[in-house]
Design a protein around this ligand. Sequence first.
Ligand code: PBG
Length: 325
Amino acid sequence: MPFPQERPRRTRQSDAWRRMVRETRLCADSFIYPMFVVPGRQVRHPVGSMPGIFQLSVDQAVLEARRAEEAGVPAVLLFAAPDHKDAAASAALDHQGLAAQAISAIKAACPKLLVWADVCLCGATDHGHCGHVTAQGAIDNDSSVATLAEVSLNYVRAGADAVAPSDMMDGRVGAIRARLDAAGFSTTPVIAYAAKYASSFYGPFREAAESAPAFGDRRSYQMDPANAREALREVLLDVGEGADMVMVKPAGPYLDVIRQVRDRVSVPVVAYQVSGEYSLIKAAAAQGWIDERAAVLETLTGIKRAGADLVISYFAVEVAQWLRT
Ligand code: PBG
């Protein structure tokens, strides 16, 4: 029955119609807000490349977490940028380290807010790589996995509700699961950065998290942007190792990957709208080239339409506030 019988515009003619036939809805419940913690007190240092985002000392991170909770965001994702960096990533293993302090302070202030701890070595190592570096300058998988499992346990003991390994070493999800189980934390979920690409869109984050690699790049562990089948392989491996959720990252340039992952697994799929995706919108909006709010809602709707159940976004708190009004 073609035109003139078929007229798709009939259900588009007013806001009430459009609301009724809308297939994808944004809701505060599906957002996670990333935060950057730095040493000190009363520190609220703007991240130059990410207007609206700050490096926060623990006391300020608590306030920001409370703001997220009040807006209706159910979870924050914590990144720590400790002062002390060494080959062993000792700051991340320290019970009194910056990440551990931030986790416990936020949980004490906001017990119902979920705290997801990003688990990686890059913020705590002097070379800024996500794993241990051998004498030859390679990233050593298996020793890194052992450390990542200990870091995870440290964060969970500090009160983290979930750990999210973002390093992309092989086998780390299974090792973390086993370590947490052995220590009595079998109920704590592991959220795997399963398909994490070696992306140019992490640039602003590396300023915020002070985690740029001192030499080389991350292409020997993060994925080639050209590969989608490999993303499914990574995701299925992580699910097999016990991942409770799987993540695709970045989000916008990888919507096809999000869709394929959603169609293949039954665990929730998380998409990470990364720092560069945030900064692009902020920069264009600051020039008056795009309408910021409309662009933000459009990108997030696209990410959910592609199949993401949950979205990590630097816009999370703002969007949650918009959705309330
Ligand atoms: C650390 C990590 C990165 C991001 C999250 N965890 C940076 C990287 O891998 O270089 C990027 C997040 C963002 O850009 O918003 N491994």
